[in-house]
Design a protein around this ligand. Structure first.
Ligand SMILES: Nc1ncnc2c1ncn2[C@@H]1O[C@H](COP(=O)(O)OP(=O)(O)OP(=O)(O)O)[C@@H](O)[C@H]1O
Ligand SMILES: [Mg+2]
Length: 366
């Protein structure tokens, strides 16, 4: 090989090596960038304004981010006994057994309410439990305040209705009766030939009658006296019958006789039926409503099911912003007596509302 050729070969080799070096340099740069990205990603839990806690499968903390460390500095030392980590074992067992990936739960530490998302993650070769927690105390307290307000409204409304109902019956009703008697006396003393006056008096008497009837109806609507006389079952049946007549909506009623409930329970169920049927008439566009009242050993139940348009459920806060107080009021009435209200609604299929009240019989109250 002459010198010229040798130089050319070397030059070629150098050029190839240079290309390789360039490629390697590029790779190193890529790796460096990747590492930077990984470091950046690793800071995520640290920067997270919510708490991030990692534990091993025995629920012992292995990592806490900045927020968790500052909110619960004692957590690391207390370990699985800490309120945030209590009850983790069965959750971890369910992760292992069922392959479920996360569980959401609420934790009340006494001072604060936290919403937790507990996840099952694989960290390299090791399984870990990762908990994301954030403080929902303010929302919870707001919801409690709403409930308390609604409870007060319900109580005040019921008291006010009873008072107005009594006033209407006792005061206005009696006064109209007295007025009618007075008018009849005058009518008896109208001299012959005063036909015009007699006619006017007859009209005034008829007006006192219709006014008295209207007032009675109003008082009855405020607190139906039938509740005290014929009892809940017949009162509800009668209400359904009248409501159906007024609204032209088909309502079938299936009740249960011989129920003797405490006064507060009968009023509560009556109001639930009133509001539920009003809602059906206002919102559901239903063609049929089925009302059922039944009892078992421990509870009395009232269900109102329609085949109307249905609706999508709302949270307490969302309800506060909507104009309606009806559903909130029903919840409060029922919960005030230790019961609960269930609402199932499916769009285009209808709504079923059930009130469950613990059975406290009339005698037990006295
Ligand atoms: N049976 C039903 N079918 C369809 N939608 C319903 C039914 N009951 C309730 N809703 C929906 O739920 C909302 C809340 O009902 P809620 O009784 O609380 O308020 P409202 O009836 O609108 O007002 P208010 O009862 O205070 O007069 C209604 O506005 C309506 O959209
Ligand atoms: Mg309503």
């Amino acid at each position: 090989m002459d010198d010229g050729m040798e130089t050319a070969v070397y030059q070629q080799q150098i050029a190839e090596l240079q290309t390789k070096i360039n490629q390697l340099e590029q790779q190193v740069a890529d790796y460096q960038q990747l590492e930077k990205k990984l470091q950046w990603l690793a800071t995520f839990p640290e920067q997270n304004p919510n708490m991030v806690i990692e534990t091993d499968l025995l629920g012992r903390p292995t990592y806490m981010n900045r927020e968790a460390r500052s909110r619960f500095p004692e957590l690391q030392q207390q370990g699985p006994g800490h309120p945030l980590l209590r009850g983790l074992r069965p959750i971890i067992a369910s992760f292992v057994d069922t392959g479920q990936e996360y569980v959401a739960r609420e934790i009340d530490t006494g001072d604060a309410v936290l919403e937790e998302k507990v996840c099952y993650t694989l960290d390299g070769e090791v399984y870990r439990v990762r908990i994301y927690a954030h403080d929902i105390t303010a929302r919870k307290r707001a919801e409690e305040a709403i409930q308390e307000m609604a409870r007060r409204i319900v109580l005040a409304q019921e008291e006010e209705r009873q008072r107005i109902s009594r006033e209407l019956h006792d005061e206005a009703g009696q006064a109209l009766t007295a007025l009618k008697i007075g008018l009849e006396i005058i009518q008896g003393e109208v001299p012959a030939g005063e036909e015009g006056l007699r006619q006017n008096l007859a009209e005034a008497i008829a007006l006192t009658d219709t006014t008295r009837d209207r007032i009675r109806q109003l008082a009855r609507g405020l607190r139906p006296p039938a509740l005290d006389t014929v009892g809940l079952n017949l009162t509800l049946e009668d209400f359904c019958y009248n409501f159906s007549r007024r609204t032209q909506m088909a309502i079938s009623y299936e009740g249960t006789p011989h129920l003797r409930l405490q006064d507060a329970s009968t009023i509560c169920l009556y109001r639930v039926l009133q509001e539920a049927l009003t809602n059906v008439a206002k919102h559901a566009q239903a063609s049929h409503v089925q009302v059922r009242l039944w009892a078992d050993e421990t509870a009395v139940h009232l269900s109102i099911a329609d085949d109307g348009v249905g609706f999508v459920g709302q949270t307490a806060v969302a309800r506060l912003h909507s104009a309606g107080l009806g559903i909130l009021g029903m919840h409060e009435r029922v919960e005030l007596l230790g019961g609960h209200l269930e609402i199932q609604s499916t769009l285009a299929q209808g709504t079923r509302l059930v009130a469950h009240l613990p059975l406290i019989e009339a005698q037990a109250e006295r």
